[in-house]
Design a protein around this ligand. Structure first.
Ligand SMILES: Cc1cc2nc3c(=O)[nH]c(=O)nc-3n(C[C@H](O)[C@H](O)[C@H](O)COP(=O)(O)OP(=O)(O)OC[C@H]3O[C@@H](n4cnc5c(N)ncnc54)[C@H](O)[C@@H]3O)c2cc1C
Length: 402
């Protein structure tokens, strides 16, 4: 993950908009703001896209989000808008291995139809032609919407495109606190000094809750570990965007199968991730499960060796939906944490954040279901109530290095 963005070595004094978090959410917002002519600075404690944004499946099909229409409108244009390649590939084949998966897959068909998108039902011969690695399936749908992109290229594209418009990236700089005056955040305290700002955007993934707490604001979000595996390259299939059987993922342009899915491992709290140079490593049981599901769906890939695997930390809100909101107090703060669907939604979430900063309201989508106030009555022990506490066996899954 080298060369994603240049690193400013000189410490700036501030910017009109300071964004905390150099993942897909923060960088897309930075790009939208910079192209709107706003002086913007994105800060990250590590390097950009080192956390979930550089470790995800690349899926861009979030049919149940209020940002879905904007997600679908923007992705086919992203290479042109950014001026850098994202490797976006349109369309998605969803393979169902049993009637339960088939019924679940049908929900996306119906939802697509509501937006005017078409889906075809594939017979076994058509599935074999489009996805030659697939075997016997209960059924398959070909959505003529959605798709996937390369997370590294995309986030790199956001960073470079933002810089092309005059935006700045400050890496290896940890935000420690905020200066509030007159109901507004006026400064950001970092381990390298203070930065002045007119507006603040918190886009720190699972660590957004902890940063918001420094402002006296509760953003309920809990971290969980998810994993992906990558096989050696296989002959390119006519449609590389095929998933199902509990997995998400894609065939890369080089031919590797890159897939994840299945159970996540809840983490204690964001302190687990703080300052981590190396996020939690992948573990054999989860990898083995992903591989087994992949072989059930793609039996003709049975022989393929796994080249690499990784783990990433996903942000989760209590209802699984993002929080994208401009706060009432402090009045110049926008919070954006995407609850595990933030890569695909990033073109749209960045646009929404930009409008919330510059106009105070998002004009292209109704974000009322993403407001923070929906959690006003949330119980203090919401994590325990959902059984989302870290597992006591976690130490087994993350053995000490060496
Ligand atoms: C294995 C896996 C597969 C996934 N698959 C998909 C998929 O197919 N499609 C999809 O849409 N989504 C997927 N996701 C989820 C998606 O990756 C995330 O929702 C998205 O990347 C969140 O982006 P973000 O920018 O909001 O947060 P992050 O990528 O977590 O970035 C937050 C940044 O904030 C920085 N930060 C935190 N605290 C501080 C601080 N105090 N000071 C300075 N910087 C700070 C961090 O260093 C980090 O770089 C997947 C995630 C994983 C792990």
């Amino acid at each position: 993950m080298t060369g994603i963005a240049t690193d400013d070595t000189a410490m700036p004094t501030g910017a009109s908009v300071v964004i905390v978090g150099g993942g897909a959410t923060g960088l897309s917002a930075g790009w939208w703001l910079a192209r709107a002519g706003v002086d913007v600075l994105v800060i990250d404690k590590g390097i950009v896209a080192w956390e979930a944004s550089g470790r995800n499946g690349g899926g861009c099909t979030h049919g149940f989000s209020p940002l879905f229409a904007e997600e679908q409108r923007l992705w086919p244009q992203m290479d042109e808008l950014l001026g850098y390649p994202t490797e976006f590939s349109a369309g998605r084949i969803r393979i169902a291995m049993d009637p339960v998966q088939w019924a679940d897959a049908h929900r996306m068909v119906q939802n697509g139809e509501r937006y005017g998108f078409r889906t075809e039902t594939l017979d076994p011969a058509q599935l074999r032609e489009l996805v030659p690695l697939a075997g016997e399936a209960h059924g398959a749908y070909w959505h003529h919407f959605g798709g996937h992109a390369n997370p590294h290229r995309t986030v790199q594209g956001y960073a470079w495109a933002m810089q092309d418009h005059g935006g700045r990236v400050l890496q290896h700089t940890t935000v420690l606190g905020f200066e509030v005056s007159g109901g507004r955040v006026t400064g950001v305290e970092t381990d390298r000094g203070r930065l002045g700002c007119d507006h603040l955007v918190l886009a720190a993934g699972p660590q957004t809750g902890k940063l918001a707490a420094m402002l006296g604001v509760r953003v309920p979000v809990v971290a969980a570990r998810a994993e992906m595996i990558v096989t050696e390259p296989l002959p390119l299939m006519p449609v590389g965007g095929a998933d199902g059987n509990g997995l998400y993922g894609r065939q890369t342009m080089r031919g590797n199968l890159a897939y994840g899915g299945g159970p996540h491992e809840w983490l204690d709290d964001c302190a687990d991730n703080e300052g981590m140079g190396v996020p939690p490593r992948s573990s054999t049981p989860l990898m083995g499960n992903i591989a087994a599901h992949l072989v059930e769906m793609f039996p003709r890939a049975r022989h393929a060796r796994i080249l690499r695997s990784w783990a990433g930390v996903i942000e989760n809100t209590p209802d699984g939906r993002p929080v994208i909101d401009r706060l009432d107090d402090p009045a110049n703060v926008v919070v954006a944490t995407l609850s595990s669907i933030g890569f695909g939604l990033s073109p749209a979430s960045g646009h929404a954040v930009q409008e919330l900063v510059t106009d105070g309201v998002c004009r292209f989508a109704d974000l009322s279901t993403l407001r923070l106030s929906r959690f006003d009555g949330l119980e203090d022990d919401w994590i325990a109530q959902r059984g989302w506490q870290a597992s006591p066996s976690r130490s087994l899954a993350n053995p000490p290095a060496g």
